[in-house]
Design a binder for this molecule. Structure first.
Ligand code: BGC
Length: 359
């Protein structure tokens, strides 16, 4: 009888063990299908190679900068990401105003629901093979008073960096869009704060690409003020290009009333007009070579109030000028006032698309 009981007991244990094993396997399988991405690299990456992955990209502007997505007319639909990937773009830059999604006091906790929304967009884009630059946009308080809001910036990056630390290498971080305001007269302060944020990011993301640009709204003309931590080679340097401003920003309400006086400004692509662009890019390349850093044109575009033929010529020329110099780019922007995509009609604006992705 004892033998019989022992036999039954061992039999029962074997069956239950195999069931447990099966359920663990299924669980692992589920996890695998839920998380299709490679873990981030455990060794240094080549920033020049990683920059090439940005290639040709689009800013998904006017969506997550608004206090509530949609308030500025733009909601990011999953299908847009597919449309972008199918058209041959390699990347998206995702402008996000984090500062309006945090608690107003330390530790400036980021709203969990908002993280879920960003996760969804980032994962959908990565799943389509797009490289994603996750940005920190419109942090007005920091630009107005950097010192008083230093902790706020650092806490944002502590949380964002921790949250995305297991994401694959083709998610990049950008510390701050267009530092301006008080930074404009104090480049060393910006350089120091960027380095501090970078140190925080590096705790959990030792090899992830981090994008940093200079003061004066990331102007191409202020690259020489940028000082980066020498030993960090996981940095991609960014600049923005909107020259001639009176052409690209004619009638742009956020610039001010006077921008209406620029209406009608054209860009014909004369030798002088082209030279202005290529000289500026050559100077940027010279700086980048001296500092051995890859360059990324994070924003360029001409507003919808300019005539389409001029917009086409300018966009085409700027994009090719960048490409010839191995400068990756993300056009400003997908579907709003500079939009290459007409969301009402559900179609690309053919000339702008052709300027960006020539067939
Ligand atoms: C700003 C946008 C603006 C664009 C062109 C971006 O950096 O965030 O609000 O439309 O530059 O001026």
């Amino acid at each position: 009888m004892k033998k019989m009981l022992l036999f039954l007991f061992v039999g029962f244990m074997l069956v239950s063990l195999s069931c447990t094993k099966k359920s663990t396997d299924t669980q692992n399988d589920d996890q695998k299908t839920e998380w299709p991405f490679e873990p981030p690299s455990d060794e240094p990456l080549d920033a020049f190679e990683m920059n090439a992955k940005i290639g040709r990209g689009l800013n998904l502007g006017n969506a997550l900068e608004a206090t509530k997505e949609g308030d500025w007319g733009m909601v990011i639909k999953d299908e847009y990401l597919k449309i972008i990937a199918d058209a041959g773009f390699n990347s998206i830059r995702l402008p996000v105003t984090w500062s309006t999604r945090t608690a107003k006091t330390s530790p400036y906790t980021i709203d969990a629901k908002f993280f879920e929304r960003v996760d969804h967009i980032v994962q959908t884009a990565l799943g389509l093979g797009l490289t994603v630059i996750l940005n920190n946009h419109h942090f007005d308080e920091l630009n107005e008073n950097p010192t008083a809001n230093r902790q706020w910036l650092l806490k944002i990056w502590e949380q964002v960096a921790e949250h995305y630390k297991d994401y694959p290498d083709n998610l990049f971080f950008e510390i701050l869009n267009e530092p301006h305001g008080a930074f404009n007269s104090n480049a060393p302060l910006w350089n120091e704060m960027a380095a501090e944020a970078l140190r925080i990011i590096r705790k959990d993301n030792p090899w992830r690409m981090v994008v940093i640009g200079p003061i004066r709204w990331n102007s191409i003309h202020t690259l020489s003020t940028l000082e980066l931590p020498q030993d960090d080679r996981g940095i991609i340097v960014t600049f923005h290009y909107y020259d001639p401003f009176q052409f690209t920003h004619q009638g742009a309400s956020w610039v001010g009333e006077h921008s209406n006086q620029w209406l009608g400004t054209t860009w014909g692509g004369s030798p002088d007009e082209r030279k202005e662009v290529s000289d500026a890019f050559d100077a940027a390349v010279q700086w980048a070579q001296e500092h051995n850093r890859p360059l990324f044109l994070g924003e360029f575009g001409a507003y919808e109030k300019a005539d389409m033929n001029s917009r086409y010529r300018w966009t085409e020329f700027v994009a090719r000028t960048a490409e010839k110099r191995n400068i990756s780019w993300t056009y400003w922007e997908f579907g709003a006032g500079f939009g290459v995509y007409d969301r009402d009609k559900g179609e690309w604006r053919p000339l702008l698309l052709k300027a960006l992705i020539p067939s």
